[in-house]
Write a protein that binds this ligand. Structure first.
Ligand code: NAD
Ligand code: TYD
Length: 361
């Protein structure tokens, strides 16, 4: 049994799929998973419905900051490891309301660490030696790069700029301290921007795909020249599996695809893909919907990951290029309208109104 916090979210949900598909591809029976998830606006059981229905996954709906709920889940399911994805994850939301980010990313991670440490402390023998706590984090903790700066390595000093990245940095420091002080067997991964299926449409790539299909404006912040290092979500999931297998306790591994792309180029790539797969009825190009809007306050200019350590020590390499990954992603959104309908609730429309009204350029 393994316990996955945030397993009904974008990356955690993909991780559940990857966990079972990876084992099946190797002719193995995967261990069952317990998904511990509060089911915020970003959590959607439909993402993992297949495994919930088959009984391979069990859902515990609770807050990681609720220590009693965490304690009960650990005592009931006796996991051999924990993969910690649960977080508030959207920079723009952290600008509008940072409180939830401090609650989940910092207080929640602290609560989870405390309960997991007590649980691990009571284990014995092989179970204790094999236990791992893998903390999933982000490259945003390192701050923003200028065009000529080298990519982030594991020794780059932390310089978080948004309430989101500051709260993730805080959680990374707690995880580090729990290894250093208590010998708690942690692993940390800091990954670049993910994209792929089941991505909540508040983030750049799914928002652009769905707005384009609806004929709505494609809101590009600022000059559109900010750079992100894009990684297909399943490549991230595979990196996590390999770090669980081969990573050294207490270590941090940066995960990235060496895929630095300007935002405007991401958007035009999506537009061209849609022109080919779903041409507009009136014959116009999707690019005509691109609208430059007011910039995000404190917008980080560039992120880039140096993945040398994970490549050298673990042997991980991404399988997808941006071209192949974006093709899979756009096709997935064209084919999965039912999932899309489940996440575009009234609360979603309220967020879109809050974030984009007043931004129009
Ligand atoms: P997401 O917002 O899609 O999903 C977060 C999940 O956590 C949701 O299922 C939500 O219900 C759950 N959750 C939120 N608060 C909770 C709480 N208090 N208790 C229990 N569950 C709670 O996020 P994501 O994009 O899947 O990101 C997962 C992790 O990966 C995060 O820790 C994020 O910081 C990190 N990360 C994300 C990216 C990216 O590009 N999305 C890149 C690098 C790292
Ligand atoms: P996002 O997907 O929110 O990820 P992050 O801020 O964690 O990198 O945004 C990716 C980039 O796209 C970022 O530079 C902000 C930009 N962006 C837009 O230009 N328009 C949008 O509507 C959104 C959501 C993001």
């Amino acid at each position: 049994m393994i316990l996955i916090t945030g397993g009904a979210g974008f990356i955690g949900g993909n991780f559940v799929h990857h966990w079972f598909e990876r084992a099946a591809a190797n002719g193995l029976q995967a261990e069952p998973v317990v998904v511990f998830d509060k089911l915020t606006y970003a959590g959607n059981p439909a993402t993992i419905a297949r495994y919930l229905q088959s009984g391979q996954a069990t859902l515990v709906q609770a807050d990681i900051a609720d220590r009693e709920a965490v304690r009960t889940a650990l005592a009931t399911h006796l996991p051999r490891l924990i993969v910690h994805f649960a977080a508030e994850s959207h920079v723009d939301r952290s600008i509008h309301g940072p409180g939830e980010f401090i609650h989940t990313n910092m207080v929640g991670t602290f609560s989870l660490l405390e309960e997991a440490r007590a649980y691990w402390g009571a284990l014995e023998g092989d179970a204790k030696a094999a236990f791992r706590f893998l903390h999933v984090s982000t490259d945003e903790v390192y701050g923003s790069l200028a065009d000529t700066d080298p990519a982030f390595s594991e020794t780059t000093p932390y310089a978080p700029n948004s309430p989101y990245s500051a709260s993730k940095a805080g959680s990374d420091h707690l995880v580090r301290a729990y290894h250093h002080t208590y010998g708690f067997p942690t692993l940390t991964t800091n990954c670049s921007n993910n994209y792929g299926p089941y991505h909540f449409p508040e983030k750049l790539i799914p928002l652009m795909i769905l707005n384009a299909l609806d004929g709505k404006p494609l809101p590009v912040y600022g000059d559109g020249l900010n750079i992100r290092d894009w990684l297909f979500v399943r490549d991230h999931c595979e990196a996590i599996c390999q770090v669980l297998d081969k990573g050294r306790c207490g270590e941090t591994y940066n995960v990235g695809g060496i895929n630095e792309i300007k935002n405007i180029d991401v958007v035009t790539t999506i537009c061209r893909k849609l022109d080919a797969l779903r041409p507009r009825a009136d014959g116009t190009k999707y690019e005509s919907l691109i609208t430059y809007v007011a910039d995000r306050p404190g917008h980080d200019r560039r992120y880039a990951i140096d993945p040398t350590k994970i490549q050298r020590e673990i042997g991980w390499q991404p399988a997808e290029t941006f071209e192949s990954g974006i093709d899979k992603t756009v096709r997935w959104y064209l084919e999965n309208t039912e999932w899309i309908d489940t996440v575009r609730s009234g609360a979603y429309r309220e967020w879109i109104a809050k974030n984009y009204s007043g931004r129009q350029g």
